[in-house]
Write a protein that binds this ligand. Sequence first.
Ligand code: SF4
Length: 492
Amino acid sequence: MACSIPHPGAGSIRKRARTAPAFGKDKICAEIGKDPRAAPAGNGSNDRRLLLGMFNLPFIDSFLLRAFRYRTRGFLRMEEAPGTVPPAPREGQGYLYLHVPFCEVLCPFCSFHRVQHHHGQAQRYFRSLREEIRLYHRAGYRFSGAYFGGGTPTTEPGELVETIALVRELFGVREVSVETNPKDLRPEILVPLRAAGVTRLSVGVQSFDDQLLKEMDRFKKYGSSEEIQAHLRAAAGMFPTLNIDLIFNQPHQSLASLERDLDIIRSLGANQVSFYPLMTSPTVARRMAGAMGLPDPRRLREFFTTIGARLQPDFTPTSAWCFTRNGQGSDEYIADADYYVGAGSGAFSFIDGALYTTTFSLETYAQRIAQGLTGITTRHRLSSGDLMRYSLLMRMFGLRLDRAWVLRRHGPRFFRRLWGELRTMEWLGAARRDPGGWQLTERGRYWLMLMMSAFFESVNDYRDAMRAHIREEQGESDTLCVPASSPAGVSK
Ligand code: SF4
């Protein structure tokens, strides 16, 4: 990731900025508001300004996205793994992620592992999920928090509450996050969730623009903007954290529409907002191209800058794309936890320097659990260099790289190995060094947003590959699996 950023001492990019026909010195100077004739070649601070100006050119974001995507793809070179429980880490703080893949409608822009909700299948799935949780507990795992994501975990509220109770009983977790959709913000669902100890409810709203909701095929199922706002106002205050997920850079989203969304956010009682760029996979991009068009990466910067400017100072950034009210801390477990375990189908784990994924087939998942195994089917052990870059990416996503944490985790060789990346981030004004570590700047937050979306697009590519694989086995067209009662079972 960060090593994809040009190294200031390496010379090649710097040289190109001096002569720069490829990027156009006049264009760069115009971008930074400078007369090109007044930018003599070879002056260090002018070179830096020229290079920084180059990073503001619209096409550079597409280039960076491709470069980061290429670089992060290496994190996911998965190979087959036995389904046994990986040894429990002896130290560090762990987090439990639980994937619930069922949704009532399958939105055309969504790259997550999700399948059409089917009551009987979902009930069986939750039973397997609870078995897998017990397996990790017996193997000695301990977690400080749990995150139920999907899909839509609240499609089966009773099963969800029972599973939360089990997680709390076994691990005594302090934090429980649950994802939901606007339609499920009803007392009969929310009151039991609050009683079960949910501390953070995250609502996938995506947009408050009725036209965009229609394009996303969410208007009919999840309600109009007015209805969604009414549900959110009613839910505000029920949980310590109410998070709203929104997407920017949608194909037909205008700046005015985004600004209206931001004003609505500020007027609602939610105390957290996660504003993601629209991330796709090749399959989803093909599907979207026909249904709702494609996002334009050249608009990312303007949207991102508008979000930051409009939400602050009421909200403060707690990760590259999350904002909280009243200076509340971050709760991005991938940035904060030392390791995380993904239970369920289509989940990712990061344990002791290795990434794991579980099967995307619900049938195979159920069979593996019945055999006393986890859902894990693949693994990739990161090289020591990639492991450090992974740490750098995740920690900087959480806005800060703490020196003491790095020393505990990787030892002093981290600073020798990633000296170039850290120095480059400082030189480009993406991070500021202080006695305790490195703090991401506003400029750096934009680049981290690009890096993380590139990383998640690599994850989406992987999901695509799994989808294709399973589809071939079962002759399915879109969903990844079928009800267990179907004769077309899957074997992966
Ligand atoms: S966006 Fe949310 S509700 Fe829509 S298919 Fe994806 S996970 Fe399901």
